[in-house]
Design a protein around this ligand. Structure first.
Ligand code: ZN
Length: 177
């Protein structure tokens, strides 16, 4: 989905780990969430909000899925208002993918989060360049202890994975859209 902000900016919501998006739980339900084993029910109990990175407006979802817009009273709203509690120490995924594209665009992509200081989205037209860069970024993020998971995929086949092979069917495929 995409939200068209009143300022003219488009707020995309098409990936995971969005730094300008948060989920919230009503204070009336908070004890149940904090103390219970809520699991899947958290999806039912929580709603979303998004912040426009250009103007700071907040879009808050109601219980029916409608959106309500709130504009900041003053300037100076932090741009990472809805970001991770861990800030730049947030553990990010590293995803390297190589696949021939019908569109003719570069077949290689490397992504390691956004909205944090060490972030990236790069494209490659040579496999060896993608592979070299993947390992470079992988070692840096792992050594800084800011890595959640990593994999490098070549035409659908996993050629490197950290911290070990995920069970079949659990390999993330939803990062690029
Ligand atoms: Zn805006």
């Amino acid at each position: 989905m995409k939200i068209s902000c009143a300022c003219g900016e488009v707020i995309p919501d098409q990936t995971d780990f969005i730094p300008y998006k948060a989920r919230f739980v009503a204070d009336m339900d908070w004890d149940d969430v904090a103390e219970g084993d809520v699991g899947e029910r958290l999806w039912e109990w929580s709603r979303c909000m998004w912040q426009c990175t250009a103007c700071g407006r907040l879009y808050v979802e109601d219980r029916q899925g409608g959106l309500h817009c709130f504009a900041p009273e003053k300037a100076g709203v932090p741009s990472d208002l809805l970001g991770s509690a861990h800030g730049d120490a947030w553990k990010r995924p590293l995803v390297g993918n190589w696949r021939a594209r019908a569109s003719g665009g570069p077949p290689g992509e490397l992504w390691w989060g956004f909205g944090v200081s060490d972030e990236g989205m790069e494209e490659f037209s040579r496999w060896s360049d993608l592979e070299r860069r993947y390992h470079e970024v992988f070692e840096r993020l792992r050594d800084r202890d800011v890595l959640r998971s990593a994999f490098l995929r070549h035409e659908g086949r996993i050629v490197h994975e950290w911290p070990g092979r995920a069970p079949e069917g659990e390999v993330q495929t939803g990062t690029f859209h």
